[in-house]
Design a protein around this ligand. Structure first.
Ligand code: PEP
Ligand code: CO
Length: 448
């Protein structure tokens, strides 16, 4: 149960980091009132089902794959881009399930991932100082002063885009597209002709053979629902608290509050202050929640997060997403694992190998090295083996497109090629080939 003085608005009494300077408070309140009356995007029962699935992860019987864009875009929005992102996530999940023999809980950074925390409130583009881009839910990424002014009407657009994205995801995952017999069709053309794609094809052929074998043994594959549909959940960073508050609903079955903007929401590295507004909000909703944890987090801070977000020690309620950086994970992670383990919190530990490994290339583009991403993952698995805890999942930024945003991988993207297809609105994402390669590596790490 939430604390007696908690309400969907109680975050307003605490300091809130990273909130946009909305120029017109009245227009904002009007929009939030509209959003308070719209249908929820997800239902409480679905969020509870995700908590149950994450409890399996927390207890070491399943693995979490949380993946999607750094920031979804209002302009790059189409059925194809949603389908291609889903394809690559389904491919990764099947590689992990087949390769490591564990069930995979699939959670997208999708259908709501529209707001970005920024290290600096302003950025310099050429000679001008502009307000920083804060995600399409807030302002425009184009480098023009007017577009950078926060516009609350964008919150409504974000809600509608989330609704149509989620609608398509539900259709794809429940309507036949995610059927295991389609496993070859998820391999996109540009992936199929590559080293990673061929490895995937080989595995898909083995799956086909295994299915034919089971069918020949008399097992009823047609009637086995789990072969034809997948559960796919949504998540995003709960950053713009007015929006999250407006989409919070009281569940008529239990009386508990759920943030119905997504199945799961998380608090970022920049907004996880124990006395802050973001934790106050997350503490009272009953969705499964996450918290990002960077290399400066102390065991006491992390125990504080656990106490605040998981006071009842509910397996699956809290996912701690560590993003230490490849060079720091070996030192920074073990003390945290030990402290949480000894305090008796049954959390999901997930590795975000992206956000601790970002740097600016010589040409000034933000990028990440595939090798650093793998190094952090290896460090994460090693630390968990050492602590006797379960390396429960990965949290990655990816796209189904053939982008050139992260360096390396089999295709070996080089610094002078970054500009070729660099389309992200925020952080550099793995492309489909790099993502599939990554899933094979993680499956190997999981097998031990
Ligand atoms: C993100 O996930 O896009 C992000 C900003 O992460 P972090 O809070 O870990 O920096
Ligand atoms: Co990011």
């Amino acid at each position: 149960m939430s604390a007696p003085d908690w309400s969907p608005q109680s975050w307003r009494r605490r300091p809130a980091q990273q909130q946009p300077a909305w120029p017109d408070e009245e227009a904002l309140e009007q929009v939030l009132k509209t959003l308070a009356g719209v249908p929820p995007l997800v239902f409480a029962g679905e969020a509870r089902r995700l908590t149950g699935a994450l409890a399996e992860v927390a207890e070491g019987r399943a693995f979490l794959l949380q993946a999607g864009d750094c920031a979804e875009s209002f302009t790059d929005f189409s059925a194809d881009s949603i389908r291609d992102k889903l394809k690559v996530i389904l491919q990764m999940a099947v590689v992990l399930t087949y390769g490591a023999g564990v069930p995979v809980v699939k959670v997208g950074r999708i259908a709501g991932q529209f707001a970005k925390p920024r290290t600096s409130a302003t950025e310099r583009v050429g000679d001008v100082e502009l307000e920083s881009f804060r995600g399409h839910m807030v302002n425009d990424d184009a480098p023009h002063a007017e577009g950078r002014v926060p516009d609350p009407r964008r919150l409504v657009t974000a809600y509608h885009q989330s609704a149509s994205t989620l609608n398509l995801l539900r259709a794809f995952t429940k309507g036949g597209f995610a059927d295991l017999s389609q496993v070859h069709l998820w391999n996109q053309q540009f992936v199929a002709s590559s080293e990673e794609g061929r490895r995937y094809e080989q595995m898909a052929a083995e799956i086909d053979r295994a299915l034919r074998f089971m069918s020949a043994c008399g097992i009823d594959l047609v009637g086995e629902e789990s072969l034809h549909q997948v559960d796919f959940f949504t998540s995003h960073e709960a950053l713009i608290l007015g929006y999250e508050e407006a989409l919070t609903r009281q569940d008529s079955l239990t009386g508990d509050f759920y943030d119905c903007s997504a199945h799961m929401v998380w608090v970022g590295e920049r907004t996880r202050q124990l006395g802050g507004a973001h934790l106050e909000f997350l503490a009272g909703i009953r969705n499964p929640v996450g918290a990002k944890i960077g290399p400066t987090a102390t065991p006491d801070e992390v125990l504080g997060l656990c106490a605040r977000l998981d006071p009842d020690r509910t397996p699956g309620r809290l996912t701690l997403i560590t993003r230490m950086g490849a060079d720091r994970v070996a030192d920074a992670l073990p003390p945290l694992l030990g402290a949480v383990r000894d305090a008796g919190h049954c959390v999901v530990w997930a590795c975000d190998p992206m956000h601790g490994n970002t740097f600016a290339s010589d040409g000034g583009r933000k990028t990440r090295r595939f090798d650093d991403i793998l190094r952090e993952l290896r460090g994460f698995f090693d630390a968990h083996r050492g602590a006797g805890t379960w390396p429960g999942g990965v949290h990655v930024e990816l796209t189904g497109d053939d982008v050139t945003e992260c360096l390396g991988g089999f295709g070996d993207i080089l610094e002078d090629q970054l500009h070729l297809r660099y389309t992200t609105t925020c952080d550099p994402r793995l492309n489909a080939r790099q993502s599939i390669d990554l899933s094979f590596r993680v499956a190997e790490l999981l097998r031990g």
